[in-house]
Ligand binder design. Structure first.
Ligand code: PLP
Length: 336
């Protein structure tokens, strides 16, 4: 039995979720005839306080549809230098939308400082791309963004006439960790994408919410990107099940991540440990990374090594208390 801590995307649907999927009422969603997809889209739009929602196969596609809906060819969006929508989506906005990213260095808490944002805005002049959108991410590397900052940054963007998009892949982790309703965290934005296939444990899918006009535009882009699905109510049913049963339990993932972090402090070769929501980040001497990876694999533990400057461990639905104890033991057995 492998203890897979690489990401919360590795979860498999539970028996009860599979039963909900099997029982789903379906139709052809490209014709707008899948009642379960419609229910999921309505549910998240209502819960988060938006006019409309759009079920998409992945978070990457949800973000790209949003960027394409907000920006035209030759426009640019302000985005974190380590943000998913800049760094981890294959450059899709530039490749497929001719939209230029303007990356901004993050402050240590994940925010994009307002003075840095203001400096990056381009004057209205043919030399420059047209600045059109601010894109934020919550949680960012597991951190829930300070909501005061989010409100202030969104108000600033609005005052400049920019749209505001949230990559809320793990919005519900932020809500559970901060004790604020997801609706409040989403309120400052024009559009929000939420992943069902991360901590919520669905096998596939994200939902983009926004104004009726933005979602109409995003739906056109989704079709062009190959994301118009047919009897996708099978997948939407897993999302609905996840929203009913797997949101509050995210607190368990956060508590287990905190316990894992505690268990790793002082282990040989580990120089620093940080934990936010369901993620633990550890610094390891660069020269020992390969040896650590081999040690973990030999003992049935997987960690995310190589994508970020630090090693990342993520707790999720398939990680119980015993797995946490075992993983911590394996780390502590790493020879110094
Ligand atoms: C996972 C993730 C996405 C979307 O990922 P997909 O794998 O395309 O579903 C977007 N943003 C963040 C922050 C993510 O972690």
């Amino acid at each position: 039995m492998i203890i897979d801590l690489r990401s919360d995307t590795v979860t498999r649907p539970t028996a009860a979720m599979r039963a909900a999927m099997a029982a789903a009422e379906v139709g052809d969603d490209v014709y707008g005839e899948d009642p379960t997809v419609a229910r999921l889209e309505r549910r998240l739009a209502d819960d988060l306080g938006f006019e409309a929602g759009l079920f998409v196969p992945s978070g990457t596609q949800g973000n790209l549809c949003a960027l394409l809906a907000h920006c035209q060819r030759g426009d640019e969006y302000l985005v974190g230098m380590e943000a998913h929508t800049y760094k981890f989506e294959g450059g899709g906005a530039a490749v497929l939308g001719s939209i230029q990213p303007q990356p901004i260095p993050h402050a240590p808490d994940g925010t994009l400082p307002l003075d840095a944002l203001a400096k990056a805005v381009k004057p209205d002049d043919p030399h420059f791309a047209r600045t059109r959108l601010l894109a934020l991410e919550n949680t960012w590397h597991g951190r829930a963004l300070p909501q005061d900052y989010v409100v202030e940054a969104a108000a600033w963007a609005r005052s400049r006439g920019f749209g505001v998009h949230l990559d809320g892949a793990r919005l519900f982790n932020a809500a559970v960790a901060s004790g604020r309703p997801a609706r409040e965290l989403a309120a400052p934005f024009d559009s929000v994408s939420v992943c069902l296939s991360k901590g919520l444990g669905a096998p596939v899918g994200s939902v983009l919410v926004g104004s009726a006009a933005a979602i109409r535009s995003a739906k056109r882009w989704r079709k062009m990107l190959g994301g118009g699905l047919r009897q996708s109510g099978l997948l939407a049913a897993a999302g609905l099940y996840a929203l009913d049963h797997h949101v509050e339990r995210l607190a368990d993932d956060h508590a287990r991540a905190a316990r894992l972090a505690e268990g790793l402090r002082g282990a040989a070769g580990i120089t620093a440990v940080a934990q936010h929501t369901n993620m633990v980040f550890i610094d390891v001497d660069a020269g020992r990374l390969r040896a650590l990876d081999e040690h973990l694999r030999a003992h049935g533990v997987r960690a995310s090594i190589g994508y970020l400057p630090t090693v990342r461990l993520v707790t999720h639905l398939d990680i119980d208390d015993a797995a946490i104890e075992r993983a911590a033991e394996v780390f502590r057995a790493f020879p110094s």
